[in-house]
Design a protein around this ligand. Structure first.
Ligand SMILES: [Zn+2]
Length: 187
């Protein structure tokens, strides 16, 4: 079994998680026998995955996706854009064994990616440990109407998160009224 690899990245302790238990832990609820995915008013079923096809998932989200473009140290290098959903709206259909995970600094974000093709199609963001950040460019585009991109100043993460609506996006809102409320509060 491979041991963890510890690297030094920009003064942060970086780590590549390699054991099956650690990957399963990063995935948490996804690999459980998840019941039907939770859907709210505008959601459609999107399918997506990595480039080689090993990792495949289903995610419930509106056809118009609200993506976050973050400029923190890793998101900038990866040009990471992602939309956030509650874990109950995401299901990994295949590829758990193909995922590996990179963490650094606070180790809260779990940067999952395919160990064959290197593509990150979803991950656990630091802002939403109870949700997933899903890459809109890794969806099968047929169900995507439009992608609205907003910027997040991840260079000043601790300050930016204070006034951001992003942490609420991994909470499930049910029913028309609730969804409308959530949309309003995001503006
Ligand atoms: Zn792949």
């Amino acid at each position: 079994m491979a041991a963890n690899v510890t690297l030094n990245s920009g003064g942060h302790q970086a780590k590549i998680l390699m054991t099956g238990a650690e990957i399963a832990n990063a995935l948490e609820a996804t690999t459980d026998a998840t019941p039907d995915l939770v859907s709210t008013d505008n959601d459609v079923v999107h399918t997506g995955g990595c480039h080689c096809g090993a990792v495949q998932f289903v995610v419930m989200a509106p056809p118009v996706l609200q993506a976050v473009d973050c400029n923190c140290s890793i998101c900038f290098k990866k040009q990471n854009r992602h939309f956030i959903v509650p874990k109950s709206k995401f299901k990994l259909m295949q590829g758990e064994d193909s995922l590996t995970c990179y963490t650094f600094n606070t180790h809260q974000a779990k940067h999952l990616f395919c160990k064959t093709c290197g593509v990150q199609s979803f991950y656990t963001p630091r802002s939403n440990p109870d949700g997933y950040g899903v890459m809109p460019h890794c969806l099968d585009q047929v169900t995507v109407e439009h992608i609205v991109v907003e910027t997040f100043d991840g260079q000043n993460w601790e300050q930016t998160i204070q006034t951001s609506s992003i942490p609420t996006r991994s909470k499930v809102t049910q029913g028309k009224g609730d969804t409308k409320e959530a949309e309003k509060s995001n503006q």
